[in-house]
Design a protein around this ligand. Sequence first.
Ligand code: NDP
Ligand code: MG
Length: 386
Amino acid sequence: MAAKRVIILGATGSIGRQALAIMGQLGGEFVPVALAASSNWHPLAEMADTWGVREVALWNAHAAEDLIAARPDLAVRGGPAALSDLVEDVAADIVIVAVSGLAALQPMLAALAKRVRVAFASKEPLVAAGRTVMDSARRHGAELIPIDSEISAVFQCMHAVKPEYVEKILLTASGGPFSKLTKEELAAVTAEQALAHPTWSMGPKVTVDSATLMNKGFEVFELRWLFDVPVAKIEVVVHHQSIVHSAVRLKDSSVLAQMSLPDMQGPIGYALTYPERRVNDLPRLDLAARGTLTFDRPDTERFPCLRLAYEAAEAGATYPAVLNAADEVAVEAFLDGRLGFSGIPDVLERVLEAHDAQPDDLEAVLAADRWARERAGREVEARGKD
Ligand code: NDP
Ligand code: MG
């Protein structure tokens, strides 16, 4: 059987590296044929060498020029359209979308238009432009397979049942590193503390989103679009051990859950091999050794980002795009020390309140995205670190 050719967008990130690691374990069944990143060209070139890849792309045009100068043997594309060009140009069977931020949207649409399997980790395209992404997948008949562990869990459970049997999706949340802190303690949280996630090792943006519970809010959007369920059918359950990756409750009261030790290589591997399964070396779950699994309700009073996400998901239109863009700006400001931890939901709330919503076609989504970034920047400046 010929090896499946894989393009990895966001190759230098946490998901991109783990995708290469699990491909290595699957014994040549999947081979990378193109790799892309934003500006980290040194690690990208190293990866290309390790895996014998020649086709690469960098979003940052200056970084691409540096790479071209250093490595004339590589086929390098550079600039904001480079990832989409790479996807269009290089023959492949699977495109892994693991770029952080809304920058993932255009390359993801390019991948869907290619009618190949699109294995996506990036949340932002479905949050901000869920309708456009799903329309595109349907129109082109492309396969959209989730990598995010909770979404993969629901995807796996859904395979066992007819959609009409599902009464509720039980979306589990690790709760992040600050689940026990008071409101006052949360206000004093630093970027360094927020970046130390207890269970998962992820990129900085998604790690901060996990600490504010915005990440869980984003997953509500992913589920809502991918499985076409009303937001009210999605219930968040705090589960600190991250063993139950999510569950579905059926109308006869039965609950199906997907469990494993927390390791992103599991869901990445499944997105590649689906609907088949392959043997791998990942550590096995020993339930008796784990002892206790706990479940709790989220506290949206202390973690208002989750409430804001539900509200934006219910409101629809361009509110989700605004939420997504304002969150990118607020999290970046928090990481730079320009905004306090509690300032993140405050900025989002103000920007959402100020927004004049429009129907969510792609043009309106991109306009709302630009507007929200500018507005959030001003709110960050006005609010500062207090
Ligand atoms: P990282 O920050 O570790 O990596 C991000 C990757 O995207 C890097 O390769 C980076 O390149 C690239 N990138 C960033 N901006 C651009 C851009 N404008 N154009 C092209 N490439 C870009 O993030 P993660 O791997 O943790 O997460 C990636 C996505 O997957 C996010 O949407 C996240 O929410 C989602 N996700 C992550 C999980 C995880 O466990 N990490 C779990 C579930 C979902 P460079 O190195 O050059 O900056
Ligand atoms: Mg997740």
